[in-house]
Design a protein around this ligand. Structure first.
Ligand SMILES: [Zn+2]
Length: 258
């Protein structure tokens, strides 16, 4: 399984770096996990956006979804031949949200077809998981400000799985879910936890991202969801001190595995 980071910034883009988006490839299967602002241009450097196996969305925050709109237009003006629609897997409640997105940007009277003209949108059942081509995606609820699901992607070929926290606070206790993954993409939002109660926090500190990677036994931590203003180097150092293993900082075009 090959991972290519498409962004890696937090809720607003960093200079030259979009938000959350990850391309996972295994053979002919190419799935994108989240597609935040500024990630479509990077995706286009690595894969033909017209032939993706699926897009899977962790939660409905803008920094994980906005380029679905841009991809919609890219597909509409550059259709696949023969025509086909790309499976778009949304979390529960996602279809109603997609309707609101279309109402904001679709032409009046044509909103209903805005996304379905190029995507095949569905809501996944987090308990059942997904099979997309040659890979399986399992979900686990996180603790965030809206419903959000972490993902574990398995290729079933004896290689190690890939984990993705999406957005989560520390009380989600995701270490068992990610046990034994090869690569863990974990968010680290700040050095300090801030004033929220521990069990209500919706993000990890840098050190907590490292703690999670250590507890899960991950081989490599990809630290993501970073604000440049909070110090990328300091974020890496804090996560590495807590993890004790290999830490990579997410940046556009960075790839691992494959
Ligand atoms: Zn979020």
């Amino acid at each position: 399984m090959k991972l290519t980071v498409l962004g890696g910034a937090a809720a607003g883009g960093n200079p030259g770096q979009g938000c959350s988006g990850y391309l996972v490839e295994h053979g002919a299967t190419r799935i994108v996990l989240d597609l935040g602002p500024g990630t479509l241009p990077e995706l286009r450097r690595h894969a033909d956006f017209r032939t993706l196996s699926a897009v899977v969305v962790s939660h409905l925050h803008l920094d994980h979804t906005l380029d679905l709109g841009a991809l919609r237009f890219a597909l509409a003006y550059n259709p696949v031949k023969p025509p086909g629609r790309i499976p778009l897997w949304l979390p529960p409640g996602g279809l109603a949200w997609l309707g609101r997105f279309a109402a904001a940007f679709g032409e009046p009277g044509k909103e209903a077809d805005f996304f379905p003209s190029v995507f095949d949108p569905s809501e996944y059942d987090p308990d059942a998981g997904l099979t997309v081509g040659a890979v399986r995606v399992a979900f686990r609820p996180t603790v965030h400000y809206v419903p959000c699901w972490a993902m574990r992607v398995s290729a079933g070929d004896g290689g190690r799985d890939l984990g993705y926290t999406a957005d989560t606070g520390p009380s989600a206790d995701l270490a068992p879910f990610f046990s034994g993954v090869g690569v863990l993409i974990a968010e680290g939002n700040a050095a300090d936890p801030g004033p929220e109660p521990w069990d209500e926090r919706g993000h990890l500190t840098f050190a907590e991202a490292g703690d999670l990677a250590r507890a899960a036994g991950a081989e490599t931590l990809v630290l993501t969801h970073l604000w440049e203003e909070r110090g990328i180097g300091a974020a890496r150092d804090a996560a590495a001190a807590a993890f004790g293993g290999r830490v990579e900082v997410a940046r556009p075009g960075m790839s691992l595995g494959g």
